[in-house]
Design a protein around this ligand. Structure first.
Ligand code: UT7
Length: 339
């Protein structure tokens, strides 16, 4: 008997969740460690506090909590999930943390893997998951963005340590066979030639192996950043890519319900919003509380705005992630919420 062909047209975003460490670190407290102050950090970045993982808070714990909340909102049995993508640059295990999250969730039928694209990670993972669902081979995906960059900052470098915090956010994504695709469009970009302005490089460590031979010992240094270069990159590339995407889909910036950018610096958010004449009330921002949580910023912000009722079913969201790689991407999507 001929198998019935099921046409899959698109995806729906049906659940969100998030988790952050309990410990908060204020700007004034940071001033006890490095030569900085609340007024400088607030005026240059918009950040007031960040959450820093305590001794027993692992990346997989934060990811698990965020993922579990997204499954709950979607009303899904964990066993019904086919795919888990964990966007992170700071796994607990260099071989990947997604399988551990899968086990903690009890999502025993899901294949789970990590995806590394720094602050663009969540957006790249969302697009990747959508391709599996649109292709028809999978029905339900959990996309998690989580990072603990506070493990990797140089706490004596005031030019970078004030920016980062830890967190996790997740989205439940489901294949649908209606003509409404929740992921309206996307672009993704990489430029490794400019990667040196923000990286977390390996430390060069050669140790004797046997007479006449050495081996490399693994290990990483701390985050190295040329803030001004990254800033210029963001305010140039993000509006350019978002503009191209809006034009390609004949979407007028006025019809966007929310601008949801990677939360790196309030000045970057303001500059991008200005470029499209998007009013402040439509710009989602929570970096004053969390700082830059890398792959977590977009789903963490989305979940907060879903929970407090700002983002509602049918809302159109213009999003962009950008950062180390260099990498950047833009996506237009509609929030559906639980059905
Ligand atoms: O996911 C992407 C991650 N990275 C980013 O998004 C970073 C993008 N870049 C930025 O957000 C900004 O470039 C920073 C917030 C990092 C820096 O702001 P800025 O306005 O570009 O400052 P600057 O680097 O030009 O430094 C201005 C001054 C310098 O002093 P002098 O040389 O003018 O005397 C710095 O030494 O501010 C000083 N400074 C600080 N002062 C107090 C730098 N960091 C601090 C600090 N506290 N934390």
């Amino acid at each position: 008997m001929a198998e019935t062909l099921k046409t899959i047209f698109g995806v729906s975003l049906v659940g969100s969740g998030s988790a952050t460490p309990i410990q908060r670190l204020t700007n004034d407290e940071l001033g006890l460690r490095v030569d900085t102050n609340d007024s400088w950090i607030r005026s240059r970045t918009g950040i007031r506090t960040r959450h820093v993982s305590g001794p027993n808070e692992t990346l997989s714990d934060l990811s698990h909590k965020a993922g579990r909340a997204a499954l709950k909102m979607a009303g899904w049995d964990p066993k019904s999930v086919d795919l888990i993508i964990l966007a992170t640059s700071t796994p607990d295990d260099l071989f990947g943390s997604a399988p551990k999250v899968q086990a903690k969730l009890g999502a025993e039928n899901a294949v789970a893997f990590d995806l590394t694209a720094a602050c663009s990670g969540f957006l790249f993972a969302l697009v990747t998951a959508a391709q599996f669902l649109r292709g028809g081979s999978m029905q339900r995906a959990l996309v998690i963005g989580a990072d603990q960059l506070t493990k990797w900052v140089d706490w004596d470098d005031r030019r970078s340590c004030v920016l980062f915090g830890d967190g996790a956010g997740a989205v439940a994504l489901e294949a649908n066979n209606s003509s409404e695709d929740g992921l309206i469009g996307f672009y993704m970009k990489s430029d490794g030639a400019r990667g040196d302005c923000l990286n977390l490089p390996q430390v060069q460590n050669h140790l004797p192996l046997v007479p006449g031979k050495t081996h490399q010992r693994g290990g990483f240094s701390s985050i190295q950043m040329n803030g001004q270069e990254v800033y210029k990159f963001a305010v140039r590339e993000v509006p350019a890519l978002l503009g191209e995407l809006l034009e390609a889909h004949c979407i007028n910036p006025e019809s966007i319900d929310w601008l949801l950018l990677h939360q790196a610096n309030q000045r970057i958010l303001d500059a991008v919003a200005d470029r499209f004449s998007i009013p402040t009330e439509k710009v989602l921002s929570n970096l004053f509380e969390y700082g830059n949580t890398s792959a977590a910023t977009i789903p963490l912000m989305l979940d907060e705005a879903v929970q407090d009722g700002r983002v509602q079913s049918g809302h159109l969201i213009a999003s962009s992630g950008f950062g180390a790689g260099l990498s950047w991407g833009a996506a237009l999507f509609r929030w559906q919420g639980p059905t």
